[in-house]
Design a protein around this ligand. Structure first.
Ligand SMILES: CC(C)(COP(=O)(O)OP(=O)(O)OC[C@H]1O[C@@H](n2cnc3c(N)ncnc32)[C@H](O)[C@@H]1OP(=O)(O)O)[C@@H](O)C(=O)NCCC(=O)NCCS
Length: 172
């Protein structure tokens, strides 16, 4: 357990807004090899029926963000990212718990995501919430041709799902 409870308790989540776009892109530039354009990111905002975009703040600064795309009765986690200085302090867990709870509130039945097969940190985080590998998309990432691991949760909204999310949300 490497969470820093006092710090994590100060993390605040709120919906992402237009004014966050530059800070989100700056964060992504630190942790991802490819970047979304500002306009593409902006096009994801203010679509409450199909998208949830959250930012995590600590002491007024943006330290993470996460997003969910709703497709029919499934939720696709499109990103979870935490600034390098604040990783391994529970911020990613807080963000993913919020996206999972959002999926439950929306009445979705499943959640899925793609993650680089080499991304052990993210895969470990996703496994904690019950995401299980279901296949590989060969060469999914255009920048370097890395494969994507496809992960699914099929019991969204069920008692086991709620218990896992509550446990992770309360950890630390
Ligand atoms: C993946 C990422 C979002 C995790 O966020 P984080 O805030 O550092 O993660 P947390 O502190 O909430 O960790 C929660 C759990 O995930 C797992 N985990 C997180 N980072 C890990 C690491 N580097 N190695 C192994 N397990 C890790 C652990 O089980 C951890 O629990 P523990 O600390 O009690 O052992 C973060 O590393 C990140 O932003 N990476 C770059 C962007 C990225 O790859 N995003 C995912 C694909 S879009």
């Amino acid at each position: 357990m490497r969470t820093v409870p006092a710090l994590r308790a100060q993390v605040r989540l709120r919906p992402m807004c237009d004014a966050d776009v530059d800070a989100v892109l700056a964060l992504d530039a630190l942790v991802h090899s490819t970047a979304w354009s500002p306009d593409f990111l902006r096009s994801h905002l203010d679509l409450p029926d199909s998208r949830t975009n959250l930012v995590a703040e600590l002491n007024g600064g943006l330290v993470g963000h996460g997003a969910l795309l709703v497709v029919a009765d499934e939720g696709h986690v499109t990103t979870v990212a935490v600034t390098p200085d604040h990783q391994r302090m529970g911020v990613g867990r807080v963000l993913l718990a919020a996206l999972c709870r959002d999926a439950g509130r929306r009445g979705l039945v499943a959640m899925t995501l793609e993650v680089r097969v080499s991304n052990a940190a993210a895969i470990a985080l996703y496994r904690r919430f019950g995401f299980a590998p279901s296949g590989v998309r060969p060469g999914y990432y255009a920048d370097d041709g890395e494969d994507a691991l496809i992960m699914w949760i099929h019991d969204v909204g069920g008692p086991g799902f709620k218990a896992r999310v509550d446990e992770e949300a309360g950890r630390g």
